[in-house]
Write a protein that binds this ligand. Sequence first.
Ligand SMILES: [Fe+2]
Ligand SMILES: [Fe+2]
Length: 470
Amino acid sequence: MSSINYSEKIPNNVNLVNDRTLQRALEHWQPRFLQWWQEMGPSDFQAADVYLRTAISVDARGWAHYGVTKMPDYRWGIFLADAQPERKIGFGDQMGQPAWQQVPGEYRSTLRRLIVTQGDTEPASVEQQRLLGHTCPSLYDLRNLFQINVEEGRHLWAMVYLLHAYFGRDGREEAEELLARHSGDTDKPRILTTFNEPISDWLSLFCFTYFTDRDGKYQLKSLAESAFDPLSRTCRFMLTEEAHHMFVGETGLGRVVKRTLEVMKEIGSDDSAKVRAAGAIDLPTLQKYLSFWCSSSLDLFGSEISSNSAANFANGLKGRPDETQYEDHVLREKTMALVTPEGEQQVPMLNALNEVMRESYLKDCEIGLKRWNRQIERAGFPFRLTLPSSRFRRTIGTWAGQPVDPQGNLVGKEVYEKSLPGWIPSESDRAFVHSLMQRVIEPGKMAAWIAPPERGINNLPVEYEYVKLH
Ligand SMILES: [Fe+2]
Ligand SMILES: [Fe+2]
């Protein structure tokens, strides 16, 4: 079954052509991946010609190679960022020792679990988004969706490469399982809850790429610090692609705000019913979508107090995003004040690292909101978009199941139940948003609920036919 021309079909910088063991593992896995792509990838668009970016090498010119291709022919490659010579462990109890080029036996199962958990999210998001192509607001947006989908596919390849190359037989079994679990499947769901939420409209897609892909950025950044050097290098390269996914979220939501403000000015009203009647998404509905996806994504950071995160840090497996910006990289002496439903607690800093990450994540999320709120302010409307408190609607950690309002106050069970449909999208909000999802495929045309982007892809005009449907 040696049908794969390695340098052509699987662009890579891991010397695949000379690695027989890895070739055998991938030869077995690749047809299954392609079958998964056909069955679970973008529905009904496999024959479309799509203007896509492909990574063919890690240097600046090679990682963004543009061309027209059918998605099943996409060249899913395996890339590690360039090695830093003599790289040392940058945090934890083994700080200053040489980074690991192989997996130390004592951390094998934990590292495998970290890689599998990250790897599981990649195909999960493709599955969540598989029907969205049918309701695209423009060809430009359709292309961006497909770009994200093929790159999440490549991120799966990146994690499978690590499993195949460094974890032997159990790594190969985990790689199979990554194709066997499916988003939303009752018997074999994806590992993390957020990746089982259906994404059935484009407003949800933009929220997902703004909030959930940004969690991805933070996870990849913390794994990029890992003492296990191949994992670090893989994640550093994945981050270059992740940036585009968040760009789609940030500009997508910005274009929704822009269009809504245009409509509000046209009709001279901020009344939700009137804005909706004019075909735009009213700002309170947008706020509910933001609150839903932000709170759902906050759970992905795990419990506020976590012995796993402490061990992962102390052992050098997973650092903090941008570890070098901190002064103390060992954290054996530090504590952090955490507010729990029982009151304030001093927690060893090592055990509070999930919360440290969650806080810096929320700061990053604020940037887009500030921009959109400036747009709203300039348009002369008093409404302001906000992020929900990190205690709101949590299902993991000390605030799990607590009746907390979006501002973070405990409100009592009854008030909570009654108010929730006003805080996150209700059935009728979702039905309204769905009613707007009509597909627009004339080059350069946009659906009425979203403004056009400021520019096209790779210096091409917005009117370019980014996807040729057959
Ligand atoms: Fe990804
Ligand atoms: Fe992503």
